[in-house]
Design a protein around this ligand. Structure first.
Ligand SMILES: *Cc1c(COP(=O)(O)O)cnc(C)c1O
Length: 393
């Protein structure tokens, strides 16, 4: 055990099974550990570091803002927050923005907003329908919204008003809709739950149903948004527009930030009904604005689409070569491979030995979510390592 691992086991709550590496530095798609070992990073802070580590545009925006103004009360106007709101609205189908500190917190706010909407427009409706296998965060309400029993059991009873139904089944949503329903919340493509793709037209049918019933469609784009799927927002791929969208991971290049975005028709919060001390402070908003501006101006989402297609093709080659690789799925630079046996932890360990960081999605699957700025060389390097590792399995 290293000194840092000892400190962790002595002082830190054991809420995560860590990979036995202490990372001290990052640049582009690479990180280094405390022994100076270099790794190619296909986890990217959990689909967060879209521009890679410590991108100069972000580091400079942060440094400049840190020397200018870090935090004031949200009672005052601050410029980075308004610049960020403007660029988000100008490049999406939504009209208004609220900034939070994390993804779960953005979803909490979205559900509060949906309940407020239910009070105003649906005689006090408060129930939110979500999908099995979804992941919406770790707060108690979001544990209730996330349709995964393994995350729920320890915390019963959960807050009321959440109904989990089968994913990719429009009839299940229809059957669960009552006069108490105020919203449906879905990820365009389920990330943590397994990189599960929506069936053709599923999201369109959900959109139609929500419009017909007068209930809100909330899309949780915390993982899929900001270029990850090869479009700036995931909804663009599926030809639907949400009433409410939440963002977080890729939004700020690693500063803690989330966002709720709404159409004007769903903009129901009045002053005093929602808020945050840190949410949208100048420091995080400067980083997010610099990130978004760079992504838009440099067509980074296009790169994610093209490199994602190339990467998926190369993973397909591995699937053809190794019979125990049974599936390659995903979109843009959110990809997964499935094995016919529970070897993900072993493969992850061997990748680590060979200088590649990947994510264990399930005992039998790995997920790849590299920075969106990677090139073919880096994909080839990762594929070569995977090929070597799988050959030795
Ligand atoms: C990561 C994630 C969340 C939770 O975000 P936190 O910032 O960890 O609270 C919510 N929804 C989705 C789809 C996510 O991927």
């Amino acid at each position: 055990m290293s000194k840092w691992q000892e400190l962790e086991s002595k002082y830190f709550m054991h809420t995560v099974s860590r990979v036995p590496v202490t990372l001290v530095k990052g640049e582009g798609a690479r990180v280094w550990d405390d022994n100076g070992r270099e790794y190619l990073d296909f986890v990217a802070g959990w689909a967060v570091n879209s521009l890679g580590h410590c991108h100069p545009v972000v580091a400079e925006a942060l440094a400049e803002q840190a020397h200018t103004l870090i935090q004031v009360s949200n009672q005052f106007y601050t410029i980075p927050q308004l610049r960020l709101a403007e660029i988000l609205v100008q490049h999406s189908c939504l009209d208004k923005v609220f900034i939070s500190n994390s993804g779960a917190e953005a979803n909490e706010g979205a559900v509060k907003l949906a309940r407020r909407y239910g009070k105003h427009h649906r005689h006090g409706a408060y129930e939110v329908i979500s999908a099995n296998g979804s992941f919406h965060g770790r707060t108690l309400s979001m544990v209730a919204a996330s349709g995964q029993a393994k995350h729920q059991e320890a915390y019963l009873p959960l807050p009321a008003g959440f109904i989990n139904v089968e994913y990719n089944n429009i009839e299940a949503i229809k059957a669960a809709t009552t006069d108490k329903t105020c919203a449906v919340i879905l990820e365009p493509l389920q990330g943590e739950g397994g990189v599960n793709m929506p069936d053709d037209n599923y999201l369109k049918m959900v959109r139609e149903w929500c419009s017909q019933q007068g209930i809100l469609l909330i899309l949780d784009e915390i993982q899929t948004g900001i270029g990850r799927l090869g479009t700036l927002f995931g909804y663009e791929l599926y030809g639907v527009e949400p009433d409410v969208m939440t963002l977080a991971k890729g939004l700020g290049s690693g500063v803690p930030i989330g966002a709720i975005m709404v159409k004007d028709s769903a903009n129901v919060f009045a002053p005093g009904e929602h808020g945050s001390t840190f949410g949208g402070n100048p420091l995080v908003c400067a980083a997010a604005y610099a990130t978004l501006k760079y992504i838009i101006e440099n067509k980074v989402a296009d790169n994610a689409r093209k490199i994602g297609q190339y990467f998926a093709g190369r993973l397909e080659e591995l699937k053809d070569k190794y019979t125990f690789v049974t599936d390659v799925r995903g979109c843009g630079l959110l990809l997964a491979i499935e094995f016919d046996r529970e070897i993900a932890a072993d493969v992850l360990g061997a990748c680590l030995e060979n200088g590649l960081l990947v994510n264990r999605l399930k005992p039998s699957a790995l997920r790849f979510m590299p920075p969106l700025i990677i090139g073919r060389d880096e994909v080839d390097e990762a594929i070569n390592i995977l090929d070597r590792v799988l050959a030795a399995i």
